[in-house]
Design a binder for this molecule. Structure first.
Ligand code: SF4
Length: 477
């Protein structure tokens, strides 16, 4: 049945009659030859059909599962009825950087995990309808610079990662002038510097940055001065400041042999693979690669190693397959790309040969242990050990908060015992007019949570400046 012929009322029961169908992905041999995105997009018929599987819950659990509280049923209903422009506009208006958030969102752990039809059938393919709508919006000229008349206020945003970009987007939509500072030469933060293009193509980030520029956002890149300027001085030039720098550092593994030549962190390799393919190929080409970890960074690293010519790639994860925190669609893609998974295994040492070159890993089997405080089951080592041949090992063990440099002017801000900045419900720090979000407040967090904090901060800055009773003049020049 064509999309136009199907009555809209079918949508209430479509989930039981229509299987979930994700967009096709390129064949593994095709996609490992480059770093580009692997999924296509729904056509209009498929988008309508898949959106029609939503039953329009009166109290949608998918929304509760979304860190951004996106009004998912609204644009699913509009899509199911074929009102693509209205659906795309609802999605664009409901958030910041939606086309970027959709690409890095682990939907299978969030909204789709909470979808009410889960368990009776496959959940609604929310992520793929969202991708369709975002690209529909750009293709049909529905995404235009969105600004309000200038309100005379000027805000400095420090950090051009997802939180900083989202904050700037929200502020210019309220009439603020915004200057973003970042010490890196390109905007995007980890979206650009640690996310491989098969996850998020640079062109997608550049498209959004170009839009922000057309909205009047001023970028001061390769410029660390603002990070080293006392906040009270910044507040002489700006009405408010939003601190959005990433502040995470990769965890290490202090096992014997960790200093061997061939043991590396995963994040620098992801950066290298995305910016200097010759160096990445020189590092892993023709080699046996082991990646230790089970999150998105581990799977990204494994797939980047495949694309960089590794002879074999194995992911070593201490828990079982069901516990893998990475996105399911990425795990499936990795399996198709011949990444091997070793579950319930943990390295106890790195093995080398003179003069200090890695040749393998010594691993122990693990078995399920007691439940941890986070509700996840511990996996404890057993007496069974075995070895794995590896010329290169990448550590992808998660992140810890990065300590604030001793000479940072931000040391003056109140912090929690864990070192995070204390903020109130408006995201304002202990210094009035200075706001913060993302890693600096939460510890290592996702891009989605950074965007959520930024949205909260936009409302907070607006409320703070609207009620300020001092006599300071607006700082826009
Ligand atoms: Fe639709 Fe699932 Fe959300 Fe219910 S939980 S509104 S079925 S997407």
């Amino acid at each position: 049945m064509s999309a136009d012929a199907r009555p809209a009322s079918d949508a209430r029961h479509a989930w039981s009659q229509l299987a979930r169908q994700d967009p096709a992905r390129r064949s593994a041999p095709d996609r490992i030859a480059d770093f580009l995105e692997i999924y296509g997009f729904y056509d209009e018929v498929a988008a309508r059909e898949q959106a029609s599987r939503c039953v329009q819950c009166p109290e949608p659990t998918c929304v509760a599962g979304c860190p951004l509280g996106t009004n998912i049923p609204e644009w699913l209903a509009l899509t199911a009825e074929g009102h693509f422009s209205a659906a795309a506009q609802a999605l664009q208006a409901g958030g910041n950087l939606p086309e970027i958030c959709a690409r890095v969102c682990p939907a299978d752990h969030l909204c789709e995990a909470e979808c009410v039809i889960n368990g009776q059938a496959q959940p609604v393919s929310i992520w793929a309808v969202e991708q369709f709508l975002n690209e529909y919006a750009f293709a049909h000229g529905l995404v235009q610079p969105d600004v309000a008349p200038p309100n005379g206020r000027h805000v400095a945003v420090i950090g051009a990662g997802p939180g900083g970009l989202a904050c700037a987007d929200g502020l210019v939509r309220r009439g603020y002038a915004v200057t973003i500072f970042d010490h890196r030469p390109q905007p995007g933060g980890l979206l650009v510097y640690a996310t491989p293009e098969f996850h998020l193509q640079r062109s997608i980030v550049e498209r959004r940055v170009d839009l922000l520029r057309r909205q009047g956002v001023n970028f001061r890149l390769a410029d660390a001065e603002a990070e080293h300027t006392p906040l009270t001085l910044l507040l002489e030039d700006f009405d408010a400041v939003y601190l959005a720098l990433g502040a995470k550092q990769p965890r290490t593994l202090d096992a014997p042999g960790h200093e061997l030549d061939g043991v590396h962190q995963a994040v620098p390799f992801l950066l290298q693979a995305g910016t200097d393919s010759a160096a990445a190929k020189a590092l892993v080409g023709g080699k046996h690669v082991a990646v230790i970890g089970g999150g998105d960074t581990a799977i990204d690293c494994a797939r980047a190693a495949v694309r960089s010519g590794a002879d074999s790639v194995a992911v070593v994860y201490r828990r079982d397959e069901a516990s893998l925190p990475a996105m399911r669609r990425d795990i499936d893609a990795a399996l198709e790309e011949e990444v091997r998974f070793l579950f319930q295994a943990f390295p106890i040492s790195f093995i080398g040969r003179p003069p200090g070159v890695l040749t393998g890993l010594q691993l122990v089997r693990t078995e399920p242990g007691p439940l941890g405080a986070d509700g996840r089951r511990w996996f404890v080592p057993t007496a069974t050990s075995f070895s794995l041949v590896a010329d290169v090992a990448f550590l992808a063990l998660g992140f810890d908060p990065a300590p604030l440099p001793a000479d940072s002017p931000w040391q003056a801000l109140a912090r929690t015992p864990q070192g995070a900045f204390q903020v109130d419900a408006r995201q304002m720090t202990s210094l009035p007019g200075v706001f913060a979000g993302g890693d600096l407040v939460r510890g290592p967090c996702t891009a989605l949570h950074a965007v959520r904090d930024a949205r909260q901060a936009v409302a907070g800055i607006d409320a703070f400046l609207a009620t300020r009773t001092d006599s300071s003049e607006p700082k826009e020049r």
